[in-house]
Design a protein around this ligand. Structure first.
Ligand SMILES: [Zn+2]
Length: 403
């Protein structure tokens, strides 16, 4: 399965993946998913929001156990973020069939559409639509960098954009959803465990900082006469790092837009986007407030106008404790472990499982990523660890669907 997926959407120069929603590469991933479902005698369904479901047993029976992840990628993403969860789901089903277990509940494997939001700028569109966390109107307004709207992109790929919207009946048929994912940090590498269980997804958000000064000539304007917003922006970046360190949180300015954006021009506008995440809401609020306060102080001293706008926010997602504890019990003493209980860890990254957790009992398994690098071609997991992940997922599915 891994070898078949490997070439799809891979960029020749960067070696990274460019599997964006509703593009040819996305379609090829969907065809691969369909072939995997057919090869196993599963019933393929594509829901109104473009998410794929491969069913073993009756989809309408209810109390289904569902596992899966996504196949799309960020720009020049790695091979594991998303596909590891989908491939592991099919491999876990193969393992359960090898064990000869009897399923007492319907089982489904999913591929959620447009998880990364690389094309339209909003993550988890497929699961958000299904869960009613994104309105049809807002989804219809989404536009990519070329100006193509989501409805146009869906129609071009052969899907009906007018059919999208909340799908509560479908979600109500799910008894438990388990997503396996490559870890996007080094927690498991540090504990020495191949597999972990998610406790929660940290609250996170994006804030846009607009620093406005005065454009002028870089060669003729005396330093003391300048109102240079780049300086205030730079002070703010340093403040974000300092405040995040103090609070044990994360704060990153990773995107910037400059006007007029000339080498020999003092900028009139520097627009920077702050991404901040923390284990709890209070800490996140404290960090963002401190960064904004520092930015305002520097702006005032330098004669710079500052606007701060919160562009998005996702509150903390606590995965259901009962299901999480059940996973811990199912994985206790299993062959993939170290003899210790499987570690339970939080994550700063968003997932479809986080979106669905508002409607459905949801849990996540993480597979060790030795460098912690994610959203990059350098993202990696060792084959032994991937196999340990499949075994763990099979143990969990057996416990949930075969009682
Ligand atoms: Zn992912």
């Amino acid at each position: 399965m891994w070898a078949e997926l490997a070439p799809i959407g891979r960029h020749r120069d960067s070696g990274g993946y460019r599997r964006y929603a509703w593009t040819g590469a996305d379609g090829d991933c969907r065809d691969w998913f369909r072939a995997q479902a057919e090869a196993r005698g599963l019933t393929l369904e594509t829901d109104r929001n473009g998410n794929q479901w491969a069913w073993l047993g009756d989809p309408l029976a209810g109390d289904a156990v569902v596992t899966g992840s996504h196949l799309d990628s960020v720009p020049d993403g790695g091979a594991f973020d998303g596909p590891l969860g989908v491939v592991s789901s099919f491999a876990a089903l193969d393992e359960l069939r090898r064990r000869g277990v009897e399923f007492t509940k319907p089982l489904a494997i999913t591929n959620f559409g447009d998880e990364e939001g690389a094309r339209f700028g909003l993550a988890c569109v497929g699961s958000r639509l299904a869960a009613g966390q994104l309105t049809v109107e807002a989804a219809h307004r989404l536009r990519d960098a070329e100006g193509v709207t989501l409805p146009q992109a869906m129609a071009a790929a052969g899907y009906d954009p007018d059919a999208i919207g909340p799908d509560p009946e479908r979600l109500a048929r799910i008894g438990a959803f388990v997503e396996l994912h490559v870890e996007q940090g080094r927690a498991l590498d540090l504990t020495g465990d191949p597999v972990g269980i998610a406790s929660a997804i940290w609250p996170h958000g994006r804030w846009r900082f607009d620093f406005r000064g005065e454009a002028n000539h870089a060669g003729t304007t005396r330093l003391t006469d300048r109102r240079d917003p780049m300086l205030t922006y730079a002070e703010t970046v340093l403040a974000a790092r300092r405040e995040a360190e103090l609070a044990g949180a994360l704060a990153t300015f990773g995107k910037i837009a400059v006007e007029p954006n000339g080498v020999n021009a003092i900028p009139s506008l520097v627009r920077g986007w702050l991404d901040s995440r923390a284990a709890d809401q209070d800490t996140l609020d404290t960090v963002v407030a401190a960064v904004e306060r520092a930015a305002r102080e520097h702006a005032e001293r330098a004669g710079i106008d500052l606007d701060v706008v919160r562009e998005s926010f996702t509150p903390v997602v606590e995965f259901q404790h009962a299901l999480r504890d059940e996973l811990s019990t199912l994985l206790k003493g299993a062959a993939h472990g170290t003899g210790r209980p499987v570690p339970v860890l939080g994550t700063g990254a968003g997932h479809d499982a986080g979106i669905l957790s508002a409607s459905v009992p949801t849990a996540m398994l993480f597979v060790r990523n030795p460098t912690g690098i994610s959203h990059s071609p350098a993202e990696h997991a060792a084959e032994d660890d991937c196999v340990a992940g499949v075994t763990a997922l099979a143990d969990v599915l057996e416990g949930l669907a075969c009682r």
